[in-house]
Design a protein around this ligand. Structure first.
Ligand SMILES: Nc1ncnc2c1ncn2[C@@H]1O[C@H](COP(=O)(O)OP(=O)(O)O)[C@@H](O)[C@H]1O
Ligand SMILES: [Mg+2]
Length: 486
């Protein structure tokens, strides 16, 4: 059986076509010996394969967790993912890591704290070199490496080894999550043991907010969502702005006659208005804005007229949060777009979120607005305290729509950033989103069906993957994932 790298056009195809359909069977791992999407604390592995099956999982020097497989999109350079893989291997004490984007395959071997590259080949060569790969990380070869005593650890030994040797932060209990599809194929004893492992609330909720309009909030929300989705994260976008720009950008508004408006009767308003009906999965839709797709809870212009009614209902402010908590294992990250105001919907966004990004074009009016943002956050933190939630974690002000003019970048920009720190007391994010024509154009993309022009907004990654704007959003996504611990 041969493998053709050209079949893998994106990360999920690398996962399905190269790893699941080709490598795992070729390396001797039947379905009951590997797991997809396995989470340990903040570490999330694409695939984890066992040479021998020992449950519950033991994470120590004798770990039978043999190989981690990490899949990337063919567009990604593997160099930028090596450090992360090395960290996974060290923290989880796993010996081997296979990293691939379909075009290239690398195998890393960890010895103590050091990790070295022990094999590298092109996707085209994988069929010819499968024997070499099998010798390194095939199930039969690895079985021999496992010291016998690992199999006979008593459960108390296991507990001790988990707590003493793992260097995960304290609040991150070792948690094992398996994707639903794999869960179905586990035999009942395995499933039972896995269920005994404590589950943890995983999803990270980020609000993108500034009370001034036109600073790039919506552009940030949808392209950050796309960037995270491309990295394999499961992403939900929530539109809380009655202008519904995010809903539009996500490509959900394909009608030009109100008669065909299918959003009116199921949108964010219904999620907030009803305590028990309109769950997130019921209201969420799939957006074609990027590939792979993300989910979105749409907004609707009618949000405006309902605000007065919702203000009267005190629990309405925390319903979005409650409903997101009910589905905490469905998504890795939720990004909330907000209205440019201090209204109820902005309030709900900041009550619901764990983290806040404040995009700003750094112009005087936007800076002036930061005072309002500051007071608003203080006000909301008090309410959060009443709910038993910690204060909002501010990831920082994100310079956005920044002029690319060299003089501006070199002189004015650093001064404006300094003002934000000194006068308004906000930290800056390290990423910056510059003003790029490609970004504005990607949202205005149209498609022609018959003689009709239909809006077909695209993420910057799908519109111009090699653009500077795409690179900037990828950098932003990396900053976000590292800051929120994903
Ligand atoms: N980095 C950027 N480069 C070029 N145009 C941008 C950029 N960010 C936003 N825009 C454009 O500016 C306008 C306002 O941006 P938007 O994201 O809708 O702001 P907000 O949500 O804060 O109101 C939109 O037309 C958008 O296409
Ligand atoms: Mg907006």
């Amino acid at each position: 059986m041969n493998f053709q790298p050209s079949l893998c056009r994106n990360e999920s195809e690398v996962e399905s076509k190269l790893i699941v359909q080709y490598l795992l069977p070729q390396l001797g791992y039947p379905p009951n010996t590997w797991h997809q999407e396995v989470a340990f604390g903040s570490i999330r592995l694409d695939f984890l394969a066992f040479a021998t099956q020992v449950l519950p999982f033991v994470l120590d020097a004798n770990s039978p967790l043999s190989v981690v497989f990490e899949a990337k999109s063919p567009r990604e350079n593997l160099d930028s993912h090596v450090r992360k893989l090395q960290r996974y291997l060290t923290q989880l004490q796993v010996r081997y890591g296979l990293l691939t984007n379909g075009k290239e395959i690398r195998i890393y071997h960890r010895k103590g704290k050091r990790t070295e590259l022990i094999f590298q080949c092109l996707g085209d060569e994988v069929s010819d070199r499968i024997d070499e790969i099998r010798q390194l990380v095939g199930r039969d070869s690895l079985k021999h490496y496992i010291p016998q005593k690992a199999k006979f650890l008593s459960s108390s030994d296991r507990e001790r080894s988990q707590t003493s040797r793992l260097s995960l932060p304290e609040d991150e209990s070792i948690t094992i999550k398996l994707s639903n599809s794999r869960q179905d194929t586990l035999d009942s004893s395995e499933a039972k043991q896995i269920n005994q492992v404590s589950r943890k609330y995983f999803v990270k909720i980020i609000a993108v907010y500034h009370n001034k309009g036109g600073v790039g909030k919506t552009t940030t929300v949808v392209n950050l969502a796309a960037a995270l989705r491309k990295q394999g994260k499961r992403v939900l976008v929530v539109d809380l702005d009655s202008q519904a720009n995010t809903t539009f950008a996500a490509g959900l508004v394909k009608f030009d006659d109100e008669q065909f408006d299918d959003i009116k009767d199921s949108n964010i308003y219904h999620v907030i208005d009803s305590r028990s009906k309109y769950s997130i999965p019921e209201v969420a839709r799939t957006s074609q804005f990027c590939d792979p797709e993300f989910d979105i809870i749409p907004a609707h212009i009618s949000l405006m007229e309902y605000e007065r009614k919702l203000i009267e209902i005190e629990p309405a402010k925390k319903r979005l949060y409650d409903k997101l908590k009910q589905i905490d294992d469905r998504y890795d990250i939720v990004i909330i777009d907000t209205p440019p105001s201090l209204n109820l919907y902005a309030r709900i966004a900041l009550i619901t979120a764990d983290y806040l990004i404040i995009p700003s074009d750094l112009k005087p009016f936007a800076n002036e607005g930061l005072k309002n943002v500051k007071n608003f956050i203080e006000d909301i933190d008090e309410f959060r305290e009443m709910l038993g939630k910690s204060s909002l974690n501010i990831l920082g002000v994100l310079p956005s729509k920044v002029s690319t003019n060299k003089k501006f970048r070199d002189y004015t920009l650093p001064n404006r950033e300094k003002v934000i720190r000194e006068r308004y007391g906000f930290e800056l994010m390290t990423s910056r989103i510059f003003e790029r024509e490609d970004l504005a154009k990607s949202v205005d993309n149209m498609m022609t069906v018959g003689d009709l022009d239909i809006p077909d907004p695209k993420s910057i990654f799908d519109y111009k993957p090699d653009s500077q704007a795409a690179e900037e959003f990828e950098i932003l996504a990396n900053e976000v994932t590292s800051k929120v611990g994903l």
